[in-house]
Design a protein around this ligand. Structure first.
Ligand code: GUN
Ligand code: FE
Length: 454
């Protein structure tokens, strides 16, 4: 018997940098009892054969079949777990109306723990089946149901970062869906943080509390300030929406005479552990503030096409040193798959670069230099997400967690169009990113534990 918990043999794709991938062909991955990749051993390595001799044939040796590949598990930096219950609906109305007519009535139903259990069980399983091994969740204003979501992540083996949403401004939120008052919002948040930190002690893959002001329009100044203090006191993650749409961006300008980024900063909400969703309307000083504070961006390209009134210039912002990952933004984004968001990130960036109004001359139509490649979009869904959360996840590499998805390109019901046995692995990688569906995702592992198979 060898000393590793598992030995995996197969070909893996992982980001080398934001622009380049690394192909680890026929590697051995040695997983220790903490679920970390202790070693990644190349076929030309001296120990390759002796490791194989030791583990081959034992229960803890896993070799990929022909046509199967490892990808890092995806990191979804922005999911509204309760909104899974309305995914795919009401995408034809503006953000403000969508929140008030669809979203708040739905989220208010999560005071019912029985309903919450049904939806949260399903959304966590669905994300795992789509290859998402880590998710940064907004729950609802309800403390108990938010804790239930964290418990479901813990028990299903997903790395969950969960926030009880704060909406404490009685002027801005409907009576049927808001915190009782600011004091209660802060007390509930503190109790929630303590409960999730307790749950984390018995959760191998990690579960984390997140301070979560919904967005500035939902919160009082006192509430925002108190949340900043709680984030500092417990050293937690922070998440919110920032400069998402013309309306949301304009609201903060009217109230504080500054952009969201500086307003959030003033309340102590831009920290190294902060992840802000959307950020379409950041100007350069905002971007610099993000870089200085270590605040990351959850880029939500599918959702942005519906609600953000613009395409975020990710290439420009990333070049200025801000961490960026991808978010599904269920249900502003209809899809639970980061594969869909990878594609949309590329497509949207191409449309921003070329411009979209054919009545304009070509040279006035777009924003040159805006495109990102499929490799960069893959990086955002994996390593970029890991860097945004400052966790050792998102890469298949030594000292990273064994968070992977096994992609089967020969899945009988949906074979990928690979006709040449010696097709270049770079091309196979691109086919995977553009064409994979949940049925190709045979297994998903988080922290060395199998959490999904089909
Ligand atoms: N801004 C405030 N709340 C929300 C939400 O639930 N979804 C999106 N996309 N934007 C928001
Ligand atoms: Fe959102």
């Amino acid at each position: 018997m060898g000393k590793y918990m598992y030995l995996f043999q197969g070909t893996a794709f992982s980001s080398k940098s934001s622009k380049e991938i690394e192909i680890l062909k026929d590697y051995l991955f040695c997983i220790n009892t903490d679920g970390m990749i202790e070693r990644a051993v190349a076929p030309e390595d001296a120990e390759y054969q002796s490791l194989l001799d030791t583990y081959q044939g034992s229960d803890n040796f896993h070799r990929l079949k022909e046509g199967q590949y490892f990808l890092p598990g995806f990191i979804d930096l922005h999911v509204h777990a309760p909104q899974w219950a309305q995914s795919g609906t009401a995408l034809d109305i503006p953000l403000y109306d969508w929140l008030n007519t669809y979203t708040f009535p739905l989220e208010s139903k999560f005071s019912d723990l029985h309903f919450a259990q049904k939806v949260y069980d399903d959304v966590v399983s669905t994300l795992l089946a789509n290859g998402t091994t880590t998710a940064l969740y907004f729950a609802t204003v309800h403390k108990e149901a938010s804790l239930l979501l964290a418990q479901i992540c813990a028990s299903k083996g997903q790395r969950g970062l969960v926030g009880k949403v704060v909406m404490d401004d009685p002027e801005q939120n409907p009576e049927y869906y808001r915190d009782v008052d600011t004091k209660a919002a802060l007390a509930d948040t503190e109790e929630f943080i303590i409960a999730v930190q307790e749950l984390a002690k018995s959760t191998k893959q990690g579960v984390y509390p997140v301070v979560t002001p919904r967005f500035i329009p939902s919160c009082t100044d006192e509430g925002l300030k108190g949340l900043g203090e709680l984030a500092a006191k417990y050293d937690t993650y922070v998440q919110s929406h920032c400069s998402e749409s013309d309306w949301a961006h304009g609201y903060v300008q009217d109230r504080f005479h500054k952009n969201d980024a500086f307003a959030l900063y003033d309340f102590g909400l831009l920290r190294d552990k902060s992840v802000m969703a959307h950020c379409n309307f950041l100007d350069d000083p905002d971007v610099d503030l993000f870089a200085q504070t270590g605040t990351a961006i959850a880029h939500c390209p599918v959702s942005n096409a519906y609600f953000a009134n613009s395409v975020i210039p990710v290439a420009h912002i990333h070049a200025k040193g801000v961490d960026i990952g991808l978010g599904s933004d269920i249900s502003g984004g209809f899809s639970p798959s980061l594969f869909d968001n990878i594609k949309q990130a590329v497509i949207s960036s191409r449309m921003l670069e070329d411009g979209v109004n054919p009545s304009l001359p070509a040279e006035e139509r777009g924003a040159p230099g805006s495109r990102i490649t499929i490799h960069e979009a893959f990086y955002l869904a994996t390593a970029g997400g890991g860097e945004s959360l400052s966790l050792p996840i998102g890469r298949i590499q030594q000292n990273y967690a064994w968070d992977v998805q096994v992609i089967d390109t020969k899945c009988p019901s949906a074979k990928l169009p690979i006709f040449d046995d010696n097709e270049d692995l770079h091309d196979i990688f691109q086919k995977i990113l553009y064409l994979v569906r949940p049925e190709h995702i045979r297994e998903v592992w988080v922290q060395g534990e199998k959490v999904h198979s089909r």
